[in-house]
Design a protein around this ligand. Sequence first.
Ligand code: SF4
Length: 85
Amino acid sequence: MADRWEKFSENTKGRYYVTKVCIGCTLCSVIAPSSFRENTDMELSVGHCYVYRQPENETEEALCREAMDSCPAGAIGNNGSRNNQ
Ligand code: SF4
């Protein structure tokens, strides 16, 4: 059985990621559209968002942090690294 805390495979490599507890509300893609987007693959029963681009400056970093803090499902993680490893 899949771990619900597992990261979605669509996440781009790097410190921010979305896990399978995402409820697909799309709030993160509204707050930080330069990093989060919705997966609209209709084969999935429930849509979800993922990180398609890591933040590249202070403004984008702040928006990603805000998205993480605002996520109602606590689905956004940050591995704490300072670079995009
Ligand atoms: S804000 Fe959280 S629950 Fe909503 S789409 Fe983004 S990751 Fe998923």
